[in-house]
Write a protein that binds this ligand. Sequence first.
Ligand code: ADP
Ligand code: GLC
Length: 470
Amino acid sequence: MKVFHLSVECYPIAKVGGLADVVGALPKYQTKLGVDAAVIMPWYDRPFVKDHSFDVVYEGTFFQGSERLDYSVFKERDNILGFELYLIKIPGKLDRQEVYCYPDEGEQFIAFQHAVLNWFKAKAIVPDIVHCHDHHVGLMPFLMKYSNEYNFLADVKTVATVHNGQYQGWTHWSKAILLPGFDSWKWGLLDWDGLINPLAALIKCCDAYTTVSEGYLEELYVDANGLQHLFYDERHKSVGIVNGIDWDIWNPDKDYTLIENYNLASAFAGKLKNKQALAQQYKIDPALPLLVFIGRFATEKGADLLPDIILDLTENFPGRLSIFILGAGDPAIQARVKMLVDKQIENFDVFFGYDENLAHWLYASADFLLMPSRVEPCGLNQLYAMKYGTLPIVHRVGGLKDTVIDLENNGYGVGFDTLKVADIRKAIVRAVEYYENRSKFEDNQHKIMSLDFSWDKSAAKYLNLYNQLI
Ligand code: ADP
Ligand code: GLC
């Protein structure tokens, strides 16, 4: 079975968040199940493309409106990631460093999808499944069915995975001219509320859609940034499949980025050594339990609440824990966190930016991971944290609700139901008090490290879905 995953992120080539982790792992685990899985993504001006060997497997041309675009398809030579990797390079459009936030982003995504279709046509590539991740590649099922030039792919089954329904790729109808010519009677499939909405088009035109947890699917039926009715109406073709962990990369026993590797038997001591080393570089007290936040500074992640949470803790629960924040994103949130730094709060430090190795080190050093997310389709942080023996403290939404069962319900984590600062503090206090009962805490550490959030189970569910479709 030939499956092409289309995505604009894939670890380790280009990662902004969990989308990259999923697209970098799922195809590898599918390959183990006998699926011929490959990833197609844009070419980025990043170290990975310079440090690895590629062959140009196709060169072509198409018109985007009146602009002629030449493109090349690069194939990574050694299957270094455990699956075939193809990069589409379009000079002037897909040859940049960043994944998002260029003013012509919408045009970049259209060009990416058009180039893939053009290449498929030229080389008569007809896979069994085209698997589209998020709105960036949301026009594919529509174009495969209704474009004049590429509808030879109309019978190929398409799967959409919604990693984040908040972002939909809204595009003004004046840009329709940039799309490959399509059956104009079908324009309504592209439309939502007077705009081209690639996420809506994806959900309308795909053969099946998945969300990255079951809980998030239920939430999308009710609130999906305007698309809830669509998700609900199309629910007959939906399924929630929770993400997994790539055990080759997220394993405290083998993780080369750690100061001290550890396993179930050595977890408490191993984590302490990592924390002590962290304390030599950052302003935290290794004698206190350590709470960390790792993530994008976005309201979705509740990062805007961090200053209030921390100020509240310093007032109402002083001297009981160290806190470390690793994050980057919204400048307004960043400025508020910076104000906290300026206040010189004790046992509190921040690293502004994106640092993959530091993230690993923090999962290993921390005792607790805080996730006050407003929306969390799955969340990988809490899964990584648990594999590294770190107790998750989470807002009970989406994938967090599904994957973190509260200690009070015979589970292994701590949850809170509202985003009121006092409720979050109560959850943190509960976690710290639990930590102080060392033997119970250690037993729980073993429990969370042993939980099976492997990709094997979820990859099998995707395979089952593909089989149903074809
Ligand atoms: P999202 O994709 O919504 O950002 P996820 O929980 O699915 O959330 O995945 C986030 C991923 O990005 C995790 O691998 C996490 O460790 C990583 N990450 C987030 N922010 C940073 C950062 N500032 N530095 C390093 N890694 C980060
Ligand atoms: C999105 C979601 C996150 C999820 C990730 C991978 O970025 O915000 O919750 O874990 O995709 O599916």
